[in-house]
Write a protein that binds this ligand. Structure first.
Ligand code: COA
Length: 159
């Protein structure tokens, strides 16, 4: 029986779409770890420490959710964190191909890993971190898309 699940991603930055997936997944497992990938190849706008701090603040009201950083292979990190369940959100059919590929790769590396998909809530299906970064970078208001701490962080970053 799996009691620990991991929701991995770059979270650059965490959005309300991610928070929605985390809240719902946290009801299904004793502990949910939000695994923040270093993802250096994506050249993140927010540093790894900033992404961890923002996610920690945004999810502080969920007692069984922990936020941790990782680098290297997710499959190896899953072993280290004693978890066999990967949570991923699905927003639209366009996510499907990439997500299935990711799930397959992880299973090839470790056959005991299962990926559980959570359908994004309808109101967040259009949302992505890059869209939010783009709006904020052009001086737009992102309050409807991200937790308050993230909109404050954008103001600091772009001022
Ligand atoms: N709501 C809002 N946005 C969502 C979302 C949701 N429910 N679900 C996904 N997204 C968005 C993200 O904001 C992100 O948007 P962006 O690309 O515009 O910035 C995009 O979908 C996908 O990003 P994310 O969920 O952060 O995943 P990722 O593809 O960056 O990260 C990892 C995937 C980190 C899990 C994967 O790269 C990984 O495991 N890396 C470790 C190395 C490894 O093991 N590699 C082998 C396996 S590929």
């Amino acid at each position: 029986m799996n009691v620990i699940a991991v929701y991995p991603g770059t979270f650059d930055p965490i959005t309300l779409g991610h928070v929605d997936v985390v809240s719902r997944a946290s009801l299904m497992f004793k502990t949910l770890i939000v695994g923040i990938a270093a993802s250096e190849n994506k050249n993140p706008l927010f540093s790894l420490d900033e992404r961890v701090a923002l996610a920690t603040e945004a999810l502080a009201n969920l007692p069984n959710v922990k936020v941790r950083a990782f680098s290297g292979l997710l499959a190896h990190t899953m072993r280290e964190w004693d978890s066999g369940v990967i949570i991923r959100g699905l927003r639209a059919i366009s996510d499907f191909e990439y997500e299935v590929q990711l799930a397959e790769v992880n299973k090839q590396i470790d056959k005991d890993l299962e990926t559980v998909f959570i359908a994004a809530s309808h109101k967040y299906t259009f949302l992505s971190s890059s869209i939010v970064r783009d709006i904020a970078g052009h001086g737009g208001n992102v309050d409807d898309f991200v937790p308050k701490c993230v909109s404050n962080a954008f103001v600091e970053k772009f001022n």
